[in-house]
Design a protein around this ligand. Sequence first.
Ligand code: NAD
Ligand code: MG
Length: 404
Amino acid sequence: MQSICILGSTGSIGQSTLDVVLRHPEQFQIFALTAHKNLSLLIEQAVLCQPQYIVLAAEQNYAQAKTLVQQHGLQCEILCGPEALQQVACASQVDVVMAAIVGAAGLLPTMAAVNAGKKVLLANKEALVMSGALFIHAANQSKAQLLPIDSEHNAIFQCLPFDFEYGNLAASGISKILLTGSGGPFLKTPMELLSSMTPQQACAHPNWDMGRKISVDSATMMNKGLEFIEARWLFGLQSKDIEVVLHPQSIIHSMVQYCDGSVLAQLGNPDMRTPIAHALAYPQRIESGVAPLNFMQLADFSFCAPDVQRYPNLKLAIDASNAGQSATTVLNAANEIAVEAFLQDQIRFTQIATVNESCLNAIASQEVSDINSIIELDQRARRQALVAIEQLNQSSSRISASHV
Ligand code: NAD
Ligand code: MG
């Protein structure tokens, strides 16, 4: 019986994780569930899986949580605040931590799990993008087992040989990692219309049902950029080892190309319960609830190269990963602020890249060798992004005033 802590249980990945876990009560039990603010769903989940702890990152909901726990006759303890996330992630009773908080908020709890040597199921790619070498070093030191949940990285992991040596593609006869992406909802949108795309349109991904931040990242292809950086850290790759391939149907989840001409791919319906079940049971296999792939019903199966004019964020991310750790920390932070501003209708879709680029230009590359300097840099880039957004809004109000 493995005891699991789900960081971010109320999100898209968190809910899919619980769905898989509840199909296998003989193998898994829930130790802790955590949420930011969605108390009603957290309580609903607690009723289903009877955890020992529920954690609310937002402290103001404690009194209400206490009343609901009593009303439902739950036995769990309620913890509140960001430190409590770390506390449950490294608790001695926990075997497996699902890191499914979105964004930088997940860094410290995920690191707590890594430092405690847990089996860490990594969905929260931003944590790895922000801290890179430090994260991987910490996992090596503590012997934490890192298993990728991002569907592409999980696919690559499944296509690599069992004895793959970190960073040594040649030793396994691998010539390239083919990182696939759908191109998001705006793959075919005329370029001149991109700047008027709304948050609702950006969040309507053709194949995947995901949280709002990653949905916007998929539309800008920043998501593929973050995944490019994530793949470099997870498997020890250089930029030249990875090729981004657009595959709009999202049936192939990524591929590994070998020097003898073989290409191994992992395929499946676009449903995150597959990588989640794979990582939960690894190295065994368990049922995930995902419908089997029906090849007779697959209409198209196509591939093309990404267009950097359409997806400037993809290029920014690849360039940042070549520039070094501090650039990727800055880019991740700027992007979180820019995406939120877009979701709040404060900037246009195409201005996400403008904000990101201006932050990368404004903040010089620097040494970030410990977690505090990473958090400081993250905070600085967020402030810089807010300034950039303010400037964009001032110049657009000047333009509209001059048209009156
Ligand atoms: P989501 O927005 O649906 O859920 C996010 C979760 O994080 C929620 O439980 C929320 O309560 C919690 N959270 C948000 N802010 C928080 C804070 N400040 N403190 C504590 N908790 C907080 O997001 P998601 O789509 O489930 O994505 C989660 C992570 O997984 C992201 O890093 C994303 O990139 C990655 N991922 C998601 C998918 C997917 O299909 N959804 C696929 C691959 C990777
Ligand atoms: Mg992905």
